[in-house]
Design a protein around this ligand. Structure first.
Ligand SMILES: *[C@@H]1O[C@H](CO)[C@@H](O)[C@H](O)[C@H]1NC(C)=O
Ligand SMILES: [Zn+2]
Ligand SMILES: [Zn+2]
Ligand SMILES: [Zn+2]
Ligand SMILES: [Zn+2]
Length: 544
C-alpha cells in the first residue's frame, strides 16, 4: 500500500499533489509534471515554489519502514556471505531471518539461494514454492525456481518456470537469457522461443525496464536535500532509506547488458520490492491512532486534505482556519493560491491507510460526522440565524458573505444539503428580532479570497422560541407562521388594506429616486397583485 504509483517501490519522501495522489518526490522530478501520472488531473503548485513532502506520510513511513530496513540489511548480509562463498554462514543467517519474519519473501529467497549453494536443492525448491504461492504475481520466485530445477536436471520444468516468469514480467531479461541458453543446447526444437510472444518481441530492445519504471526523470538525492523540507529530524533515517532499501528509481533504467551488472540490478530490485510488499502487516503493529490525528480537532482525520506546504488536516478543520486567514495553521505559509483554487482533494493514501489500520475507528468517525450533519440539518431546532436584514417570502435577498462565522454557516447549509437558514434583523437587547424569514440559497459565487456572493430567496416566516449559539453564529429554535384565514367583514377590511398597500408600493417603485432604485435592484420588480390573498397560508410566493 505504501508503494509509489509511479515507480512501484516503497514511497520515498512522499509528496501529495493537488489531486490527492502521493508519489516519491524524485519520481515527480525537480518540478511537478503537468499532469498526475495516476489520474491525469492537471497539477498545480499553488503558491509554493517546489513540491513539499507530506509530513504525516513521511512520519508514517519512518515508523513502518524501520522493520523493512532491518530485513533489507539482513538480506544484504546473507548475499554478501554467498558471494564470498560462505554458504554455511549465509544459511545460518537466513535461517534466523526467516524465523524472525516468516512472511518476508526476500529472506526466504535468500535462504533458497543458500540451500541451492549447499546443494540442498529439494529444500531450496520448497522455499521457492512458498514464495511463489505467497506472491503469485511476482516473477522473482519463478525465475529462481527455474534455476534450481535446471540444477536438478529438470529442464522441462525449468523452462516452464521461466515461461511463467516471463508471462508475469515480459521484460525480465535474465529469464529470457536462461531460456535461450537451454534452447540453444536443444537445437532440434527451434520454435519454442518464438512461441513466447514476450521472448520474440523483446529481441532488440536494449535496457531492462521493469513494468513499473518511473515515468519521470529523477534528480539526484543531494539536490532534493537542499530544499527546505518541512519534515524535521529525518536526516539520518533518510540516508538509511536511501542506502538500505531504496536505490534511486532511475537506476533501473540504465542501459546495461553485462551479466554482472544485471545480477546487481536484480538484487537491488528484489530488495526494494520485498521491502515494499512486506509493509502492510507491520502497519498494524506499528501505527497508533495518534499518528492519524488532525492537529486542529485532535480527532482521527476526517476527509484529510494536504496543503501545498505538506501539512494535513480534516477538510472541515482547514476550511474553518482559512475562513479567518489564508495561511497554514501549522507553518503559516500562505495558502492564498490553495484557497483560490478551492479544490480540497482528499489525500487518497491516508484514507487507504486509515481504512486498513483502524477500520472501526474510521467508521466511528464517520458516524460522528453524520450525526453532526443530521443535527445541523434540523430546520426547527437550533437553526442557523443570519442577523442582517429584513426579508420576505418570495422576495430575493442577495448577500455578501465575508465574516468567518457566516462563511462557516453558508458552507454548512450547502454540505448538509438544506441550503436554508433563518434571516432576522438585529434588535437591541435580544441580539435578533422575534420574527424572521427562512432564506433558501439559490446560487453562490465564491470569490478567490473565500468571500462569497450568495443569492437567496425568502421562504416561510417564523417566530423565535429560544436563542442559542453555535461556533460563533446565532441559532434559534423556531416555529413556522401561518396566516389565519378570515371571512366576511374582516376579509373586506383586509382586502382594502391589501389594495392600498399595493398602491403605495407601486407608487414607491415608480418614483425612480435613489431609494426605490436601490430596492428594485436588490429585490427585483414588484410582484403582480394576487387575486386571492388568502390562498397561501405561509406567505405569497412561498413554495412550501
Ligand atoms: C429536530 O430536533 C428536535 C429536537 O431535538 C426533534 O424532536 C425533531 O424530530 C428534529 N427534526 C428533524 C427533522 O430531525
Ligand atoms: Zn516513486
Ligand atoms: Zn492524481
Ligand atoms: Zn480535524
Ligand atoms: Zn503548512
Amino acid at each position: 500500500m505504501l508503494r509509489c504509483p509511479s515507480c512501484l517501490l516503497l514511497l520515498w519522501k512522499p509528496v501529495t499533489v493537488s489531486c490527492g495522489h502521493s508519489f516519491c518526490k524524485p519520481c515527480l522530478g525537480g518540478a511537478l509534471p503537468p499532469r498526475c501520472p495516476l489520474c491525469q488531473e492537471r497539477l498545480k503548485l499553488l503558491g509554493v515554489g517546489t513540491a513539499r513532502c507530506n509530513v504525516v506520510l513521511c512520519g508514517l513511513l519512518e515508523k513502518c519502514v524501520e522493520r523493512e530496513i532491518r530485513l533489507a540489511w539482513l538480506v544484504a548480509h546473507v548475499r554478501d556471505r554467498l558471494t564470498r562463498g560462505d554458504a554455511e554462514e549465509a544459511l545460518r543467517m537466513a535461517q534466523k531471518g526467516v524465523e524472525l519474519a516468516p512472511d518476508a519473501s526476500s529472506l526466504r529467497l535468500c535462504r533458497a539461494e543458500a540451500f541451492a549453494a549447499l546443494g540442498q536443492h529439494q529444500r531450496a525448491l520448497e522455499d521457492l514454492d512458498t514464495v511463489c504461492k505467497a506472491e503469485p504475481g511476482e516473477h522473482e520466485g519463478f525465475f529462481r525456481k527455474g534455476k534450481v530445477l535446471l540444477k536438478m536436471g529438470q529442464r522441462a520444468e525449468a523452462l516452464m518456470a521461466w515461461e511463467h516468469c516471463l508471462t508475469l514480467s515480459p521484460h525480465f531479461h535474465p529469464a529470457r537469457r536462461e531460456m535461450e541458453k537451454i534452447l540453444a543446447e536443444d537445437a532440434p526444437q527451434p520454435c519454442t522461443a518464438a512461441a513466447h510472444p514476450g521472448v520474440a518481441h523483446q529481441g532488440s530492445t536494449g535496457p531492462q525496464v521493469d513494468e513499473g519504471s518511473p515515468v519521470f526523470p529523477s534528480s539526484s538525492p543531494q539536490v532534493q536535500d537542499q530544499e527546505g523540507e518541512p519534515a524535521d529530524g529525518r536526516g539520518d533515517t533518510e540516508h538509511g532509506h536511501g542506502t538500505a532499501t531504496l536505490s534511486q528509481p532511475g537506476r533501473q533504467q540504465e542501459p546495461d547488458t553485462s551479466a554482472e551488472r544485471q545480477d546487481r540490478w536484480l538484487v537491488d530490485n528484489e530488495e526494494e520490492t520485498a521491502a515494499a510488499k512486506d509493509t502492510q502487516p507491520s502497519l498494524w503493529e506499528l501505527l497508533s491512532i495518534s499518528d492519524l490525528e488532525c492537529s486542529l480537532c485532535i480527532r482521527m482525520f476526517f476527509e484529510p486534505v494536504t496543503t501545498p506546504c505538506g501539512h494535513t488536516f480534516c477538510k472541515e478543520c482547514l476550511e474553518r482556519c482559512l475562513d479567518h486567514r489564508p495561511n497554514c495553521p501549522l507553518c503559516k505559509q500562505s495558502l492564498r493560491e490553495y484557497l483560490k483554487d478551492g479544490n480540497y482533494s482528499p489525500t487518497v493514501l491516508l484514507q487507504d491507510i486509515m481504512l486498513a489500520t483502524f477500520p472501526a475507528q474510521l467508521a466511528q468517525r464517520r458516524d460522528l460526522h453524520q450525526a453532526e450533519m443530521a443535527e445541523l440539518s434540523n430546520l426547527t431546532n437550533n437553526i442557523p440565524i443570519f442577523v442582517c436584514t429584513m426579508s420576505f417570502p418570495g422576495i430575493a435577498c442577495p448577500l455578501h458573505v465575508f465574516e468567518p462565522r457566516y462563511r462557516l454557516m453558508i458552507r454548512r447549509c450547502q454540505e448538509t444539503g438544506t441550503r436554508r437558514f433563518g434571516m432576522c434583523i438585529y434588535e437591541d437587547g435580544k441580539s435578533f428580532a422575534d420574527y424572521g424569514c427562512m432564506l433558501e440559497i439559490r446560487q453562490i459565487e465564491l470569490l478567490a479570497d473565500g468571500r462569497s456572493l450568495v443569492d437567496t430567496i425568502g421562504q416561510r416566516r417564523f417566530r423565535v422560541l429560544s436563542r442559542g449559539h453555535r461556533d460563533g453564529y446565532n441559532t434559534a429554535d423556531i416555529e413556522y407562521l401561518e396566516d389565519k384565514k378570515v371571512a366576511g367583514e374582516e376579509l373586506q377590511e383586509l382586502q382594502c388594506l391589501h389594495e392600498s398597500t399595493y398602491c403605495l408600493a407601486q407608487r414607491f417603485c415608480e418614483h425612480g429616486d435613489l431609494a426605490s432604485r436601490h430596492v428594485l435592484m436588490q429585490h427585483g420588480p414588484l410582484p403582480e397583485k394576487e387575486e386571492d390573498i388568502q390562498v397561501m397560508p405561509c406567505g405569497k410566493g412561498c413554495s412550501e
